[in-house]
Design a protein around this ligand. Structure first.
Ligand SMILES: *Cc1c(COP(=O)(O)O)cnc(C)c1O
Length: 391
């Protein structure tokens, strides 16, 4: 099928929930993807921070192929080796001891809220304005952006919102019934918003003082995206619960709620479940993806090549007045413009570079970690030609 045929079938048979780009992808390798017309693109978005280890990483492919011949699914009525192996690996690379496995970021956040309520016996959750936590009913409620909630009321109770970065507002909103504070250490979809100096540290102190759990939504920032395995390490802050998904499975759908032992033990048999959660195929893919991150020293590349990309973007910011700010860590970078950026992303796509425009005016860069300097040069060259025309 060509692009047009695929688009026509999508229009007829798929619910039109996505504002898709007119692009049908067929193959991916490393930092490159190819569309059905045979055109090759440098991917600077990695399936929204999912393909961290690159498209079709050979070890992930091999793991999925081998496991799929042995056992694909069992349900959680039985034990499997890949699930316990992955749980142990997550305990090794994170500050947490216990995992609950699910299938997506929203589902991980739902699990985290249930766990926090079960552990504390309290109901209220404090979340942030401009946040993003997923699309289930409770998670559009937790998300601090009106556009995701409109038309889907009534929404569940128990969520309050305060401005991200305002520690006093959190303190003022904590009550005797507050279970947890839910925060993205770096807001992703909201425009790559980095926390003010000391904010997450203060948040941790406040939560400890007030006996409130601190939940980090690391669905986007997790697994090396910021140059550390988890963004919490950038700030030296240990949350009580961390939610992960996106990059965990190297492209295969899987999510998890991670918690310290005491909190994790609040869940008892029957409290929470997911039919597909932690199934052997997903866990095998995740083990291979994490091992690739670690064994191929990818975090060093994230810092090095991500730093190079940030430097090149900063150079452009000096040259072109429409660039207001460059933000972010590692390979999670945002270029805030004074104008809407969707046309820029479209023009870059024409020229063979996939980037994303979020929060209207922020170009978001989330490349696979295997991207090389030459590819970064091509990306910034394409971007520069577009910025030049607009300035
Ligand atoms: C993408 C994202 C989610 C939602 O993940 P899904 O897998 O789409 O449910 C939640 N939180 C953050 C920070 C995200 O970036």
């Amino acid at each position: 099928m060509n692009t047009e045929e695929i688009m026509n079938l999508d229009k007829k048979y798929v619910m039109q929930t996505y504002g898709r780009y007119p692009l049908a992808l067929k193959e991916g390798k490393g930092a490159l993807v190819t569309d059905v017309e045979g055109k090759v693109y440098i991917d600077c978005f990695a399936g929204i921070a999912v393909n961290n280890v690159g498209h079709c990483h050979p070890k992930v492919v091999e793991a999925i192929c081998n496991q799929s011949k042995k056992l694909i699914h069992t349900s959680n009525l039985y034990y499997t080796e890949p699930q316990v192996e992955l749980a142990k690996l997550l305990a090794d690379i994170s500050v947490h001891e216990k995992s609950f496995f699910c299938n997506s970021g929203a589902e991980a956040n739902e699990g985290a809220i249930k766990l926090a309520r079960k552990f504390t016996g309290k109901g209220e959750i404090i979340a942030m304005e401009n946040s993003f936590h997923g699309r289930t009913l409770a998670m559009i409620t937790a998300t601090g952006q009106h556009k995701y909630k409109k038309g889907f009321e009534p929404l569940p109770e128990g969520f309050k919102h305060v401005n991200y970065g305002d520690i006093d507002a959190v303190a003022e909103n904590i009550t005797d019934n507050t279970a947890a504070v839910l925060v993205e250490p770096i807001q992703g979809e909201g425009g790559v918003i980095v926390p003010p100096e000391g904010y997450l540290e203060d948040l941790k102190k406040l939560c400890q003082q007030e006996d409130v759990l601190l939940i980090f939504d690391e669905v986007q920032t997790g697994f090396g995206r910021t140059g550390e395995m988890f963004a919490s390490q950038l700030f030296g802050v240990t949350p009580d619960i961390t939610t992960v998904a996106k990059a965990l499975g190297g492209g295969f759908p899987i999510g998890a709620v991670l918690a310290n032992e005491e909190v994790g033990n609040a869940f008892e048999p029957g409290n929470h479940a997911a039919t597909f959660g932690g199934n052997p195929l997903a866990c095998t893919a995740a083990i291979a993806a994490i091992n690739a991150l670690v064994n191929e020293s990818m975090l060093i590349k994230v810092k090095e090549i991500g730093g190079y990309l940030k430097y090149k973007l900063e150079e452009q910011a000096k040259l072109y007045g429409i660039v207001e700010e460059i933000r972010g860590f590692g390979m999670m970078l945002g270029m805030e413009l004074s104008i809407n950026c969707s046309e820029i992303a479209a023009e870059a796509r024409e020229q063979g570079v996939l980037i994303n425009c979020t929060a209207d005016r922020v170009l978001r860069f989330l490349p696979p970690f295997v991207i090389d300097k030459g590819q970064i040069d091509t990306v910034t060259c394409v971007l520069e030609s577009i910025l030049q025309k607009l300035s």
